[in-house]
Design a protein around this ligand. Structure first.
Ligand SMILES: [Zn+2]
Length: 123
């Protein structure tokens, strides 16, 4: 069961984004995509694509660079994606324990003004 989002100390609204971690994943083209087996919550797989590597040779023009050998000869083919998972309790927050900088400043100004009124001296 995921932890609920934190609430702002000033306005009381929910804030924060799930702190999602991304891990690169690689598998062979003819195999099915490996299932997620970890103990985090699997969010989604992004940027799923097929990769091809060709036989390379040193470039005749640019020294130190490699270019594909012509005619193209396939060396390796594989699939990759970025697997995003979340541990179910960590949230990304910028102005903890406030939702925004606006709330943090409003809270600070209120506290400052309250203290100034309380400590006012009458000459
Ligand atoms: Zn707020």
């Amino acid at each position: 069961m995921p932890k609920p989002r934190p609430t702002c100390a000033y306005c009381g609204k929910d804030y924060g984004q799930r702190d999602v971690r991304s891990m690169p994943l690689k598998w062979a083209c003819d195999e099915p995509k490996p299932a997620y087996t970890g103990n985090h919550i699997h969010i989604r797989d992004r940027f799923e694509r097929k990769n091809q590597e060709f036989e390379m040779e040193p470039s005749p023009v640019l020294q130190g660079y490699m270019v594909p050998k012509k005619p193209l000869k396939l060396v390796k083919e594989y699939m990759t994606c970025d697997r995003e998972t979340w541990d179910g309790e960590t949230y990304f927050t910028r102005y903890d324990p406030f939702c925004t900088l606006r709330c943090a400043l409003a809270y600070a100004r209120n506290a400052y003004n309250t203290n100034r009124i309380r400590n006012r001296t009458y000459a």
